[in-house]
Design a protein around this ligand. Structure first.
Ligand SMILES: *[C@@H]1O[C@H](CO)[C@@H](O)[C@H](O)[C@H]1NC(C)=O
Length: 216
């Protein structure tokens, strides 16, 4: 699904004041990843997009569920739910999303789960992905304390900030990401991964010698 590119940097509320700091942070990040030769596969998507849903449900989550315990410690797989922009409304930052408010609500729930659920956040993201209603999505959260923290996050400024930060991140790291799901390997687009995630992961330096990547 096609989505607008950000024409100018969104306001980053957590990294407030100076956007000029971001390139520096990224520079440090990228040079660190060079030194440790680690690999990062990251996915940008939106919760109500059929193409993102297909990828998340057929590739990303099953792959993660089956193999995350076999990942090399130098390999990381990440998911970013992104808005299209946002603005200040009555003193509060409010994100805008391609498919409207419900999509923003689901995106926030996904990013709050990533932040607050230590174990199985990818599974929760997969459960929320593609749903039509926020109440249905709440059923994806773990019971007890962790689930409550995620819900509170998604319904407060914390969730708006998190989603906005994902937008800033997208602008800086994936400025050409007009097609979603947009999959990057170490900062470069890899469209082949949309249908061949495991092949792409297993071609990486950090993963190719792992047992899960050996052909029998
Ligand atoms: C993946 O990890 C699990 C649990 O640690 C282990 O039992 C299994 O043999 C591993 N599989 C591969 C293909 O490495």
């Amino acid at each position: 699904m096609l989505m607008n590119l950000n024409k100018r940097p969104p306001i980053s509320l957590f990294l407030a004041i100076k956007m000029t700091k971001i390139p520096l942070i990224l520079l440090i990040f990228f040079s660190a990843s060079q030194i440790f030769a680690s690999d990062l596969v990251e996915v940008f998507g939106i919760s109500r997009c059929p193409d993102t849903s297909k990828f998340v449900k057929n590739q990303l989550v099953p792959f993660y569920e089956k193999f995350s315990s076999n990942f090399s410690k130098d390999f990381k797989l990440d998911f970013h739910a992104v808005p299209t922009g946002g603005s200040n409304v009555d003193g509060h930052y409010v994100n805008r999303c391609l498919h409207g408010k419900t999509e923003c609500d689901l995106n926030k729930l996904q990013m709050c789960a990533k932040k607050h659920v230590s174990g199985d956040w990818m599974k929760i993201i997969g459960c929320i992905q593609g749903l039509k209603s926020y109440n249905k999505a709440l059923e994806c959260l773990p019971e007890a304390e962790e689930g409550k923290i995620v819900k509170t996050c998604a319904e407060s400024d914390e969730g708006e900030y998190l989603l906005n930060d994902e937008n800033s991140y997208r602008f800086n790291v994936a400025p050409l990401s007009s097609w979603l799901p947009w999959i990057q390997v170490n900062g470069k687009r890899e469209p082949y991964a949309e249908h061949h995630l495991k092949d792409v992961v297993c071609s990486l330096e950090s993963m190719k010698n792992e047992e899960m990547c050996q052909k029998n």
